[in-house]
Each structure stands twice: as C-alpha cells, then as structure tokens.
Design a protein around this ligand. Structure first.
Ligand code: ADE
Ligand code: ZN
Length: 346
C-alpha cells in the first residue's frame, strides 16, 4: 500500500482508464454486441426476431433482471460452432486489453447452449482457445468460471457438472447466475459441495435483486469465496460486519445496476458506502454489450456520478487483484504495477 495524494478531478478519468485492473464479473454471452449477433446469425442461418441492429439495440430498455435475461438468452441463440464462441470471447478480450485489464475471469453459461443441442466441448474449447491466445497475443491473463443457471433444477446443474468434468482443466471455478428472486443459493448446496470437493473456486450471484438472506446462505451454505453483486448487503448491518471482517470480495457492476433499475440513478449507487465500510468491493461490467459500457466506462461514469476520488480508485484496483483467483506471484507483480501507476500519477 502507498499513500495516495489527492489528484485533480480533471485528471481522474485518465487515471481510471490507465490503471492496471482485473475484471472478475463479466458474462461472456453478455459481451455479444448487436453487430456480432447479426453477423453470427447470418453465418449460421439463424433467424432473429429483430429486423436490424438498431431495432435490436432499441429493445435494450430493461425494467429489472428478468426483462434483461429474456433478451440475453435470445441473443445467445446465434452461437452454434466452436469458432462462434472463440470470436465472441476474442472480441471481449480485445476490449479488455484496451481498458488495461491485465487479468479477467469470464463467466459462461453452458446450459444456455447445451439446451439448444450445442455440445459442452464446443462451448468450452472455443472459449478456452481464446483465453490461451489472449495470454500469448494480447498479454491478457484470462480464465473461465462455469455458471449454473439457478432458474433450472439441482438435477440439471449436476448433469451440467458431469458434462463439464472432461474439461475440468479448462475452467477454474463455478458460479450461480440467472433469475435470483425465488431461487435461493441453498437450492444448489449439494452441487456446490461437490464442486468444492473437486477443488473448484466458488462464487455466486447474491444480493443483486435478492435479499441479504441470500448473501448469508451463499456464504454459509454454498461456502463461496466471492459474492457477485451483493449490493443489497447494506440493508443488513450484521452482514456488512461479516463481509468486512472476512474481507469477502463483492464484484459490483454499477452500470448493470443502473440499467436493471437496482438503483434509480448512478449518483445513488452504494459503491462508495461499501468501500467506506471496509468491504473488498471491485468494479466490473457484468454484460457490457447490454448495459452501455465495458470496464473503463463503469469506472469513469461511476466516479463522475458519485464523486469518488483517487484513494477509492487505488483501493478498487488493488481489490480487483486481491480478489482474483491467481497465484501469489502473479498477484504480487500486478499489485506492484498498481502501486507504480499511482506513484507516477501523484
Ligand atoms: N446473467 C447475466 N447477467 C446476469 C446478472 N446480472 N444477474 C444474474 N444473471 C445474469
Ligand atoms: Zn452477473
């Protein structure tokens, strides 16, 4: 840790863009831009219920999580071949490199694809090949986290895990996403216990729209290492103390929360409150093609709206690497790069 002197407000956006960072909460299917959806639809002969790229983009007016998920799953229907998954991931990884993302952990939703007859191998091999190429060609470290869809059954999650096990060296962890309310973490306690035995890292979406109780059960029953979103935690002081004491990372996604009406405006977002309460919050893009911005947009728009400063930026950059599932040597090297960046900006 280094002391950060105040930095003039007009220099902050450039610092936010340039600082080294990790992205820990990004659904790769949520990086599918409308242009790529149309290109893949044409390549694969898939009919879309939208006449044009503009018509599709105009449908991106969400009122809550479910209104988004309906369109997000429809968009993913153009993905059929291994190369489609590669091309989608590669497009995101180029954006990540441009945003000075040194490390990214990308969520993928295999059940969205296997339900359409696409094999697990097609999905994982395409995504994993893009991760390998990002390392060698872009200098971006990238790994994969398999998410179970919580609106589906425990049995279907177990089947998905079975299908994924031949690929166990190609992903580092498992997560839980999709429609939160009515599908509490405990529904998947046995699946997560099995994944824990298998040595996977564990994360879960909790407290995005759902209550603080879901964050408690994600921690205590699923035994997750990070909470995805978790912004509802501020409603429960005892939970806030637990998250701060145990330094449980929260992967917060401000533009997602804005677009899905979790907060009425960005200026009312509680990122600053989470940080000031000593929580290990991070900033992430969630589904950047749908929510109006990649990682640097999330940083610059949130800082502009909430008045957060250089000390918060430094903390967020550090938190992102502290919370990453990487070895101690890589973490140390990246934290040193964060320190060097802020020392040079002072
Ligand atoms: N899948 C993609 N984005 C999601 C989100 N924000 N919450 C839950 N599931 C998701
Ligand atoms: Zn998410």
């Amino acid at each position: 840790m280094i002391a950060i002197p105040p930095i003039a407000a007009d220099r902050l956006p450039a610092l936010l863009r340039a600082m080294p960072k990790a992205e820990l909460h990004m659904h790769i299917e949520g990086s599918l831009e409308p242009e790529l959806i149309f290109a893949l639809a044409q390549r694969n002969g898939v009919a879309l219920p939208y006449a044009s790229v503009d018509a599709l983009r105009q449908a991106y007016a969400f009122t809550n999580l479910q209104s988004f998920l309906d369109i997000y799953y429809a968009g993913a229907s153009v993905l059929l071949k291994e190369q489609d998954f590669y091309d989608m991931a590669w497009a995101y990884l180029l954006r990540a490199q441009a945003d000075h993302v040194l490390h990214t952990e990308m969520f993928f939703d295999p059940q969205t694809h296997t339900a359409r007859g696409v094999s697990m191998a097609t999905v994982v091999n395409g995504l994993h090949r893009a991760c390998m190429d990002a390392r060698t060609q872009l200098g971006v470290s990238a790994s994969l986290i398999l998410c179970f869809l919580r609106h589906l059954s425990e049995e279907e999650a177990f089947e998905t895990l079975e299908q994924a096990l031949p690929h166990r060296d190609q992903f580092i962890g498992v997560g839980l996403d999709s429609s939160e309310v009515g599908h509490p973490p405990e529904k998947f306690a046995r699946v997560f216990a099995r994944c824990r035995e298998l040595g996977f890292h564990l994360v879960a979406h909790a407290g995005e729209e759902g209550p603080p109780a879901y964050v408690w059960t994600a921690l205590d029953l699923l035994k997750v290492e990070r909470i995805d979103h978790g912004v509802q935690s501020t409603r429960d002081p005892a939970l806030m103390r637990r998250l701060a004491q145990d330094r449980i990372p929260l992967t917060v996604c401000p533009l997602s929360n804005l677009k899905l009406c979790v907060f009425p405006s960005l200026s009312e977002h509680n990122l600053g409150a989470l940080l000031d309460a000593g929580l290990a919050a991070t900033v992430n893009s969630d589904d950047p093609a749908y929510f109006g911005g990649y990682l640097n947009e999330n940083f610059t728009q949130t800082f502009a709206a909430t008045g957060l400063g250089a000390q918060h930026a430094y903390q967020l950059a550090r938190n992102s690497f502290e919370a990453a599932f990487v070895d101690a040597g890589a973490r140390r090297a990246w934290l040193d790069q964060v320190d060097a960046c802020f020392a040079a900006a002072a």
